[in-house]
Design a protein around this ligand. Structure first.
Ligand code: HEM
Length: 187
């Protein structure tokens, strides 16, 4: 059977859209959490957090589509020039990123609900609150959300450096498989 060389166009678009949304959500959350305070910035901080939530919750919906697509459309194999240990590391890194795509929105929503606030989506509707206001839950999910956000920041930097290393140092097809198409493929 012929080996898959490129991700489908749909997978590439999902990757790009989720990357842009995730990084935007990260930057906005980081800005609000570390540079704004209610004492100095008043309602502006509230507006920034609301923007953070409205963008970030979309990741949940996109992730469902992405996982479905991943299981129904095989991903390209990693190049044979990579050692088995590097391949295992790459797979572990991808799994960790998928985990973060679930864990960050989930802890973010629990954080908001536990404070008695909604988890809105694109300023259109609120996700149904799965818990009511609960300071004991806040005490757990608030630091968890912050720690996960720092961990995912490191993972993202590693992911980007790895992609650039494949392209410019190893000169293999890994980065191209997520950005290009073979002449005959089309989905
Ligand atoms: C794409 C997923 C998400 C990412 C990457 C993300 C990232 C972040 C980051 C980097 C921070 C700042 C942490 C710090 O203080 O150093 C933050 C804070 C926060 N996030 Fe998220 N988050 C995500 C999803 C969500 C969701 C879905 C909600 C709620 C619906 C949410 C609610 C909050 C709240 C309330 C804060 C505190 C902001 C503040 O104290 O000013 N997050 N998030």
């Amino acid at each position: 059977m012929e080996k898959v060389q490129y991700y489908t166009r749909t997978a590439q678009w999902l990757h790009l859209i989720m990357a842009v949304i995730f990084i935007a959500a990260w930057l906005i959350g980081f800005y609000s959490g570390n540079f704004l305070s209610y004492e100095v910035d008043g309602s502006f901080k509230g507006d920034v957090i609301t923007l953070h939530k409205n963008i970030a919750t979309t990741i949940i919906f996109l992730l469902v589509v992405r996982i479905f697509w991943r299981y129904t459309h095989p991903a390209p194999e990693l190049p044979d020039t990579m050692s088995p240990r590097m391949k295992t590391l790459a797979h572990a890194g991808h799994l960790a990123l998928y985990f973060m795509l679930i864990a960050l929105p989930v802890t973010g929503c629990l954080y908001s609900w536990s404070l008695g606030y909604p988890a809105p989506v694109l300023y259109l509707f609120n996700l149904p609150a799965l818990i009511s206001e609960n300071p004991a839950v806040t005490a757990i999910v608030k630091p968890l959300h912050i720690w996960l956000s720092w961990a995912v920041g490191l993972l993202l930097v590693g992911h980007i450096f790895a992609a650039l290393k494949h392209h410019f140092i190893d000169k293999d097809h890994v980065l191209n498989s997520m950005t290009r198409q073979s002449k005959s493929s089309k989905k």
